[in-house]
Write a protein that binds this ligand. Structure first.
Ligand code: SF4
Length: 375
């Protein structure tokens, strides 16, 4: 059974009813245990658990230190192309948005790579809009061949691939896969993803498993907060992460919970208002619940969040963060001035790699620039 089977078995979960069985004593009991079941995880995501955030934070901090020490892995995203065949209502690259479309040449990839690697970062995440036609696997591989000269770990965040395509990229030098389901609620997924291949919910949902089978070293999944009910979305994301951890114990599994931010910024193309509000306190509760439920899980924090909030989350369970980010194609060196008009989403944390490194060290963390070597 793939994860779609697990989703199907649980999709009719009555959240209100499930939460009605959760008591302060049951939450306390969960906090005294080491191995939580999925019902206890759901308890930590409940409205009742909002009264226990302090004790959850203490437990999460201890677990994080035990499993990860005081280290934070840093990486940079690099956008290769913003051509996209999909219409996702929340995204600046939506095919219906009137933005400057471009794709980096291999020479331009090299220029961006030189700039990013000069900061010391050795982990790169390459992204494309989801267009098989414009960014075929062969193009991604050509870019990877350039990037291998500069980075020791290369992850991809592209359209979902078949297992043999993932395997081809693994052989070619890719070691990490990031693919977010965006929203687990299948009906809402259909409404938000208007057209294009991304409408295939199941093919996307099972992509992380295909990547793990193809021997990706790390696989990261995520839900975009602000679309569906956040307690339900976080629960299904947790089920998905547990499914992958149990099935692929030799793969590093990670999650991310990017949040659509309220409108407090310069309008961007395709501005989308969150359907559900998710407060800072809600994000904290999600991260704490994940850390306690799945101690070995990598947790990344998005540059959609502001610097102060990112720093506050560090001790609660975060293990990875991006630095020196740009969310437009060629945004590091070539088209810096276009950031606001043609970005995928707005960045709140604009700090450079050096600035983030200094902040981490000042707080007693070791920023990790390289923890993998491609042989
Ligand atoms: S979220 Fe991805 S698939 Fe959807 S419009 Fe943006 S780039 Fe395209």
């Amino acid at each position: 059974m793939s994860f779609y089977g697990v989703y199907s078995q649980n999709k009719d979960l009555d959240l209100k009813k499930a939460f009605s069985f959760i008591s302060p004593a049951s939450i306390q009991e969960s906090l005294e245990k080491n191995n939580l079941d999925t019902k206890q995880f759901l308890g930590l995501l409940s409205p009742q658990a909002e009264n226990n955030l302090e004790s959850m934070a203490q437990k999460a901090q201890a677990i994080t230190r035990n499993y990860f020490g005081n280290t934070i892995q840093l990486y940079a995203p690099m956008y290769l192309s913003n051509y996209c065949d999909n219409s996702c209502l929340y995204c600046g690259f939506n095919l219906n948005n009137d933005i400057q479309r471009r794709q980096l040449t291999l020479e331009e990839v090299e220029k961006e790579a030189q700039f990013i690697s000069s900061s010391g970062l050795k982990h790169i995440l390459i992204l494309t809009g989801e267009s098989r036609l414009k960014s075929p696997v062969s193009y991604i591989q050509d870019c990877v061949n350039v990037l291998k000269k500069y980075f020791t770990s290369i992850s991809i965040e592209v359209y979902p691939l078949a297992e043999n395509e993932y395997a081809r990229l693994v052989v070619g030098g890719v070691d990490g896969l990031t693919i977010y389901q965006e929203v687990y609620d299948e009906q809402l997924y259909a409404k938000i993803h208007i057209c294009g291949p991304k409408k295939d919910y199941k093919f996307r949902l099972d992509a992380p498993e295909r990547g793990a089978k193809a021997r990706m070293r790390s696989v990261s999944i995520g839900a975009l907060l602000g679309l569906g009910n956040w307690r339900r979305e976080a629960f299904f994301l947790g089920l998905h992460a547990k499914y992958l951890l149990d099935k692929f114990p030799d793969v590093e599994i990670g999650i991310s919970v990017p949040r659509i931010r309220p409108q407090n910024h310069q309008p961007q193309v395709g501005d989308f208002k969150p359907i559900c509000q998710v407060s800072d306190r809600n994000v904290i509760q999600i991260i704490l619940a994940f850390r306690i439920f799945l101690p070995r899980l990598g947790i990344a924090i998005s540059t959609r969040e502001n610097p102060e909030f990112r720093e506050n989350l560090l001790s609660l369970g975060i293990t990875r963060m991006s630095a020196g980010s740009a969310t437009n194609v060629g945004g590091h060196t070539l088209y810096k001035e276009e950031k606001e008009q043609s970005s995928q989403f707005e960045i709140q944390d604009q700090r450079t790699v050096g600035q983030i490194k200094a902040v981490l060290e000042g707080k007693g963390y070791q920023p990790v620039f390289k923890d993998w070597l491609y042989l």
